[in-house]
Design a protein around this ligand. Sequence first.
Ligand SMILES: [Zn+2]
Length: 298
Amino acid sequence: MKKLNTYASGGIDRAAKLRENSGWVAERLADPATRISPVWQARNLVDLAGDPTPHLLAPDPALLAEARAVALLGLVDGVAHFAVDLSHRDEETLAEIGVFEDLRATGPLMSHDDGALMAYARGMMHWHLAHLHCGRCGAPTESRQAGHVRFCTNATCAAPVFPRTDPAVIMLIHHGDHTLLGRQAVWAPGMHSVLAGFVEPGESLEDAVAREVMEEAGVEIDDIEYHSSQPWPFPSSIMLGFSGRAKSMELNIDTDELESGRWFHRDELLNSPEDETFHLPRRDSISYRLIRDWLDGD
Ligand SMILES: [Zn+2]
């Protein structure tokens, strides 16, 4: 089996059946053994003594009452874990709880399972805050099933909305010993990566891969193959990794989307300076994994 991408579900049992058992959920929220993972404005509560780890709390009735959202994450070694959102709080009042950090900074330093738990908590809280009102009629929504569905409170509408994640394709395009990398002007100096883009309604994943490569680099591809996927909660994507073979090496880079893009020989990447003149994507990303596996011949 291929190794897991960073942030892919780790050692958690999502316990989907238990979400509907409101008695069990209430008991767990009153059980001092339960662990609570607070999120404030997309930042996770962490312990920074040593490498970052999730800072998990025992249930506190006052904290649960003030939370804007509460969601069951699942069971870790039989212990229920919940995420709670405290985004309404003023920043000055956070110190009494602890330190909230952006997973983009702490994630790469965490164990796989810890990073996965934080990504899940962050993703669920992002979804809740983005769906406090019904997308159809605008009435407030309310959370049910341990925070895994929200229902519109307008009785004539009553539309449900489920946690969602936005599919994005990301693809390593190759031609013999060369691969196509680009860079966006907003990226850190020197960073280059594979191409990516969101899937549009009415497209297969393969359609989206071929379209994005044509739009951004002007090259036709074939032999599109699935590689692996990665939850990417910044804020709400699932990255679907592919490879594809370019039919030619002729490029027509769309400079509205990319600052630059060109073919790189594998030797150039194997000898990457990894500095502000040129470096590969962050190590916790599927983009790095796609490049690394291609370089390794996988
Ligand atoms: Zn509604």
